[in-house]
Write a protein that binds this ligand. Structure first.
Ligand SMILES: NC(=O)c1ccc[n+]([C@@H]2O[C@H](COP(=O)([O-])OP(=O)(O)OC[C@H]3O[C@@H](n4cnc5c(N)ncnc54)[C@H](O)[C@@H]3O)[C@@H](O)[C@H]2O)c1
Length: 250
């Protein structure tokens, strides 16, 4: 039986790449974003790339700040695919404002959105999966949440650190119900967001500070998500997996 995976903030960037890897691995994919047109375009692109045995793609509008949007996305997913087994809480806002210039409003907006999205994704979609007795949740944290961040802002870093904590809290809550909850903490990945934050002339400086001297590979993280999304991953829960080129070693 094909499993169904819902990815938040999947209209572009890493979320879209994760959808590609999930579909190639045979999952049906629900491409969600706050911008429905972008989600639809992404789903169409995925369907066109799709090879034999790959999954199908459905686009749904989901603003991760809205609890009712999560309920609506769940209902639409169940109506279309009949089930939901995997959730990737990927959507986030990234800001690089220098520490002493962050206003209280900007702090609340970034921390609020990044934490609330994971909280609601785990609470609303996790409750459904726990009731069904099976589920896999993967939360996108960040190296910034572990080392305080380099290129990103304090609010972003703090929110990503708290996502690691929320991952453990929900992992405990759902462990006996067949639902695992894990986080991935990437360092700088070869992605539109990193290239936007670090212009070409500053890239060599960034690379020089990464022990392996390269940016990370988005498809590798997509394949890690596929691994965590499989039934065989039942023994890994509450974990944060590091993919950071050696920038942070436990
Ligand atoms: N790119 C990296 O190197 C890197 C490193 C560490 C962690 N991450 C994490 O990986 C995830 C994806 O990163 P990315 O580089 O693709 O980021 P991105 O900024 O390119 O994409 C974020 C996506 O989230 C969506 N989004 C924002 N607010 C939303 C909302 N309210 N509702 C629904 N969707 C919303 C955006 O539309 C966008 O598609 C993020 O959680 C990010 O923190 C990325």
């Amino acid at each position: 039986m094909k499993h169904v995976a819902l990815v938040t903030g999947a209209g572009q960037g890493l979320g879209l790449r994760f959808c590609t890897r999930l579909m190639a691995a045979g999952f049906d994919v629900v491409v969600t974003d706050r911008d429905l047109d972008q989600a639809r375009a992404a789903a169409q692109q995925l369907q066109e790339q799709c090879v034999a045995q790959a999954g199908r793609a459905l686009a749904i509008k989901l603003d991760v700040a809205s609890k009712s949007d999560f309920h609506h996305a769940l209902a639409q997913t169940l109506e279309h695919f009949g089930a939901l087994q995997v959730v990737v809480n990927n959507a986030a806002v990234t800001r690089t404002t220098p520490l002493m210039q962050i206003s209280p409003e900007e702090f609340d907006a970034v921390v609020g959105l990044n934490l609330r999205s994971v909280f609601l994704g785990c609470q609303v979609l996790g409750a459904h999966m726990a009731a069904a007795g099976y589920g896999r949740i993967i939360n996108m944290a960040s190296l910034a949440g572990q080392n305080g961040g380099t290129a990103t802002g304090a609010h972003y870093a703090a929110s990503k650190g708290a996502i690691v904590t929320l991952t453990k809290v929900f992992a405990k809550e759902f462990a006996a119900s067949g639902v695992t909850v894990n986080a991935i903490a990437p360092g700088p990945i070869d992605s539109p967001a990193v290239h936007a934050a670090v212009p070409g002339e500053r890239l060599p400086g960034l690379l020089a500070n990464i022990p392996v001297q390269r940016l990370g590979d988005a498809d590798f993280i997509g394949d890690l998500i596929v691994q965590l999304a499989r039934p065989e991953a039942y023994f890994t829960t509450g974990a944060t997996l590091d993919v950071n080129g050696g920038l942070f070693m436990r």
